[in-house]
Design a protein around this ligand. Structure first.
Ligand code: SF4
Length: 252
């Protein structure tokens, strides 16, 4: 089996799983919709707002008062050299999405695909993340996705405390500018790093924590789901809880 065929089959399997769960959920009216592709001409409008080819603000950001402030912040930090990761990165990965997002998703650091493309959660993990969001009726364009570190650690090693110390203030500034209602941390490392704890992922899941004044929940990293299909069910439970809280907070 070629690697492409294997990836395709894995993603199809995950998509079918989340579709099946949504359809069988009692009293649920959840519909699965694969996010519609953003029209190229609209992407172009927002691309011009930022340096280079990185499309970090979605079309829903057009006219947003936060566009200018996020753009300005990007311009301030995209050449950061505060830690040694600047020497090995291909691209600085600021984050992408809606500057007025009510939901922020935060991972630990860019991986190989993200480093190459300058965007967070692309490749296999990104495609699965899109499907998970679609299963709870949220499109990627509605949320803002970022990482704790903006540059890829070599060989995808865990972030060092010294790197987190230097880079986390950028994330906090992004949170201040975007002002989401809720944050979802993706993966054990992201949860532990943000919450400054050694608690296991099992201990972090299923609770509403507080990070930088915002409600925060923790679930599996999409890459972990691709490695272990047994974690699909608990992830589904996590995102169902997230959606309930998200809907509730949107009304406040
Ligand atoms: S990881 Fe963060 S602190 Fe380190 S160089 Fe990149 S942007 Fe700067």
């Amino acid at each position: 089996m070629t690697i492409h065929k294997e990836i395709f089959e894995t993603l199809n399997e995950c998509e079918s799983y989340f579709k099946q769960l949504a359809e069988t959920e009692k009293n649920s009216k959840i519909l699965i919709e694969i996010p519609k592709k953003t029209e190229p001409e609209k992407i172009q409008t927002t691309q011009t707002l930022l340096r280079g080819e990185q499309n970090i603000l979605t079309e829903k950001s057009s006219g947003s008062e936060n566009v200018a402030s996020l753009q300005g912040f990007y311009e301030q930090i995209y050449e950061c050299t505060k830690c040694s990761l600047c020497q090995t990165r291909t691209n600085f990965v600021f984050g992408s999405g809606n500057p007025n997002a009510k939901l922020m998703l935060i991972g630990e650091a860019p991986g190989a695909d993200e480093d190459l493309q300058g965007k967070p959660f692309v490749g296999r993990s990104g495609q699965l993340l899109d499907k998970i969001l679609a299963a709870i009726q949220i499109q990627r364009e509605e949320v803002f996705i970022a990482n704790i570190l903006k540059c890829r650690p070599p060989n995808n090693r865990d972030p060092l405390p010294s790197e987190v110390e230097k880079c986390e203030p950028y994330l906090k500034k992004q949170i201040d500018l975007i002002n989401p209602k809720i944050i979802l941390a993706l993966g054990r490392i992201a949860g532990q790093t943000l919450l400054k704890t050694n608690e296991t992922l099992s201990g972090l899941r299923g609770k509403v924590h507080t990070y930088h004044g915002k409600a925060l929940m923790v679930t599996f990293h999409p890459a972990a789901l691709l490695r272990n299909p047994n974690w699909k069910r608990p992830t589904w439970e996590d995102v169902q809880e997230l959606k309930k809280l998200y809907d509730k907070l949107l009304k406040t």
